[in-house]
Design a protein around this ligand. Structure first.
Ligand SMILES: Cc1cc2nc3c(=O)[nH]c(=O)nc-3n(C[C@H](O)[C@H](O)[C@H](O)COP(=O)(O)OP(=O)(O)OC[C@H]3O[C@@H](n4cnc5c(N)ncnc54)[C@H](O)[C@@H]3O)c2cc1C
Length: 438
């Protein structure tokens, strides 16, 4: 079986590695002229770290990222509301990592090139459409926007081509543009001394006005870390002021006024923002969950299948789990169509529920409650939230998260390497195939 993957982001590269581990050949095309370590920080949940560890990338993640120990919530004056342990601190057998999104992509890319071969990823090549016939997919490609088209034959096409997926657009032609939450998101990174535990994801403010998230994503020179930040402001309106684009440069002058006096004894937010060499802006969008992803020999994965608000650490994490389930289903099924149908049946409802849950982050509710009750700040959180409210919050959080910890720790691996695939992969280079350009 020969699989063509549209998009060499987190979803596409992890899918290629997972297919390779299952003994299935894969090629990737990406519309970007070259793959560079773009973006800022993301969080990888233990579910995703487990999958990458089982793909043999645990040491690379550990070296590149910061193991997240806790998530702590504060009001817009820096007053501590509550915190919860994360990753291994909560009992997961795998850590949670805060990591640079582009560095993660480069780790995956290096593994793809080393395992599938240096030509496995063809950049500067966009998928523009496809036709399925005679038990194969003819994939239409273009090396520049509106340039001449050529084609490649594949047994399966996976659209891992992100928010504006061309594969999704052909499968679901009547979809409206992405939904806007009304929130503008500015992102940046700068070096600084570690703050709080040294491995805390700190969330301050409220969702109804302005919110700031900061966490370290890499070790820097001795005694310093690379700090990732995301500043959110509810600006409202029915359409975003700019087209959502992860690489769009933002302006400090627009973001900083919302946070000008957010200088706390544990973090100086204006300084973090002004010292960042580059600021990116992104209107927070998602798409409504789809009733189905693919048909026949074509499917979707990652953001192409389920773009969601970039909060809650699920964008990259769910893309990685998609990749693993997809590879297992394709390798286990009698034919490609059955494999893709099994993948969709296993993943669609779960991920659609996460897209919807991200629209109303339950952990953010406490921020809004505190901000409404004590807009000018507080001395003691017990003066704002009753002991019963605080206990209910902790109990609700622990009940769901501990259930999840137990389930992940007990679950067998998604994709055990079968004896057949192990033989196929060690006998020669497995997974790389020069696909046919016609
Ligand atoms: C440049 C960039 C920067 C990002 N920065 C952040 C960030 O700072 N924080 C955050 O939370 N999330 C960021 N994201 C989104 C995040 O990577 C995803 O939400 C998540 O990791 C799921 O990844 P994905 O592989 O499904 O999608 P993506 O990471 O979006 O990858 C999709 C890939 O498909 C390629 N592509 C698009 N159209 C085509 C086509 N027609 N044919 C072939 N290839 C195509 C793109 O070039 C891209 O490499 C960024 C995405 C990109 C592309």
């Amino acid at each position: 079986m020969r699989v063509l993957i549209a998009g060499a982001g987190i979803a596409g590269l992890t899918t290629a590695l997972s297919l390779h581990a299952a003994g299935i050949a894969a090629d990737l095309v990406d519309s970007a002229p070259e793959l560079r370590p773009l973006g800022v920080g993301i969080n990888l949940l233990p579910h995703a770290v487990r999958e990458l560890t089982e793909l043999g990338l645990g040491p690379e993640l550990e070296a590149a990222g910061i193991e997240t120990s806790e998530q702590a919530h504060f009001d817009r004056h820096g007053g501590f509301i509550w915190s919860e342990p994360r990753g291994r601190g909560l009992g997961y057998a795998w850590p949670q990592y805060s990591i640079h999104r582009g560095e993660l992509q480069m780790i995956l890319l290096a593994a793809v090139r080393s395992r599938l071969g240096p030509a496995a990823v063809r950049t500067g090549t966009a998928v523009t459409g496809f036709t399925e016939r005679d038990g194969a997919v003819e994939v239409l490609l273009s090396s520049r926007p509106n340039g001449p088209r050529f084609s490649a034959q594949a047994d399966v096409l996976i659209g891992a081509d992100g928010l504006y997926s061309a594969v999704r657009a052909q499968l679901h032609p009547d979809e409206p543009p992405p939904n806007w939450s009304g929130v503008m998101l500015w992102r940046g990174m700068t070096e600084g001394p570690p703050f709080l535990s040294g491995s805390t994801v700190a969330i301050t403010g409220s969702t109804t006005s302005v919110k700031f998230v900061a966490y370290p994503i890499a070790r820097a020179e001795p005694g310093r870390v690379l700090i990732n930040w995301a500043a959110e402001a509810m600006v409202g309106g029915s359409v975003p002021p700019v087209r959502p684009d992860w690489n769009k440069e933002g302006r400090l002058a627009e973001a900083l006024p919302h946070f000008a006096d957010w200088t706390f004894d544990w973090l100086d937010i204006p300084s973090l923002m002004t010292r960042s060499p580059e600021i990116l802006e992104y209107p927070m969008v998602d798409r409504d969950p789809l009733p189905w992803w693919g048909r026949g020999r074509v499917t979707l994965a990652g953001d192409a299948a389920h773009p969601m608000y970039p909060i809650g650490s699920n964008g990259g994490s769910q893309a990685i789990v998609d990749a693993r389930v997809l590879a297992r289903c394709l390798s286990a099924a009698a034919d490609a169509e059955a494999g893709l149908a099994a993948y969709e049946a296993e993943r669609l409802a779960t991920v659609n529920a996460i897209v919807l849950a991200n629209r109303a982050m339950p952990v953010d509710a406490v921020l809004d409650m505190v901000s409404a009750r004590a807009p000018d700040g507080f001395e003691r959180i017990e003066d704002v939230l009753s002991a019963a409210e605080l206990a209910a919050l902790r109990d609700a959080y622990r009940a769901t998260s501990l259930q999840d910890v137990a389930a992940l720790n007990a679950r067998p691996p998604i994709a055990p390497l079968g004896a057949g695939s192990r033989r196929a992969c060690t006998a020669g280079r497995c997974g790389s195939s020069a696909f046919l350009l016609g």
